[in-house]
Design a binder for this molecule. Sequence first.
Ligand SMILES: Cc1ncc(COP(=O)(O)O)c(C=O)c1O
Length: 446
Amino acid sequence: MPGLEHLQCHVAGISGLIFTLTSAMGSPVTKVSTSESGYGFALAQNRLYRNVPYGPEQKAILDEQAFQQAAGIIRSWPGYKPTLLRDLSFLAQDTGVAQVLYKDESERFGLSSFKPLGGAYAVVRALISGLKQATGKENIEPQDILDGRYKERVSGMTVTAATDGNHGRSVAWGASLFGCRCVIFIHETVSPGRERAIARLGAEVRRNPGTYDDAVRKASAMARDMGWYPIPDTSDGVETEAPKNVMRGYALMAQEVIDSIPPHSLPTHIFLQAGVGGMAAAVAAQFWRRAGAKRIKVVLVEPEQAACWYHSLEAGKPVDVRGELDSVMAGLACGEVSMLAWPILAPVTSAMMTVEDAAAVDCMGLLAEGRLGDAPMVAGESAVAGLAGFLAAAADNGARKTLGIDADSRILLFGTEGASDPETYTALTGLRPEAIGKAGENPSER
Ligand SMILES: Cc1ncc(COP(=O)(O)O)c(C=O)c1O
């Protein structure tokens, strides 16, 4: 078979065979097959990558001023503190790189994911713009709403969003913080545990037939019909204000990393899991603005059955992925890219990967058990996709070369959730999240 190589590999502790193929399109596509686990991955270089400065197209979505405003407001919320940046030195040693840093979002605002940074921030901005319209006042600040100055009016306002779990929870949390009503749409396969977590925050939860993308359309139609405030975390190019605010909030997660590492040791590679791409775009934009496009390689990682970014970047334009899109990585089970993430991710992404559900589950166990020697930690299904991508690439000589991974590489991963659905976590890992090493007791914290 032309272009086929056989290499020994070690993916998350499992040995097997790797087959490296060159696609008909000419860009390298690597498939891994392990005899024991059957884990596979795909890797392709992004032909839309451009080594250009952060320009007007990107600034129109996420600029410094809007970021600073979002960061200032979020930092003032009760319970705000930067999340842990863990140094996984044993994992770095095992994979032959200089450093692996893991931004652990499992305890952000007590909600088990990074999401409140975006959803709750977009809620307060939507409420402010509604209040400005209703009162004719120009100078309404987020603190005014937190202080209850517009309590009566705000309690009559309704925010709505579609979710596969975490975004809806963050919007519901924002609604309870600021005192408005909240209706959240979930799709067929969102777990009962995630549904309950949203309802516990006081939101009304409605289950909609179809996929996440169908629920997004439903929420948007209901908002139009009912005069509610839509808070999508994605954009079809028409609704842009709320998803921009969502991304501005997410960017604070990247800024916290930048603030805690010296400028000379910025990462060389960031492996970012993508659903609609809002999180990846916000993080990539923050590093792009701070470090320039050239210095940091951005690798997008998705579940193989919901790889809308992989296929869109390969196609050179946004294309939808159809089918059930069902993945244990629930937060990443999206078939349509966000049109606001596209102008950022298309030029800044170096490569994209897909990983299998089984690899993600194995990575959850690897982190929970501290299998390589790093302190045990709780990482949810969608949190570990970046790690699964990195481990697969690090174990493959061809992929290492394609991505420029070597002994000097400094890898940054975003562990975007903890046990956001404890029942699912236990079902997948056989472990109870509360029994796993508590934050604050780990030697790997920075
Ligand atoms: C835990 C987690 N990680 C990553 C993502 C992906 O974010 P985005 O959809 O903005 O790409 C999500 C989205 O819901 C998520 O819940």
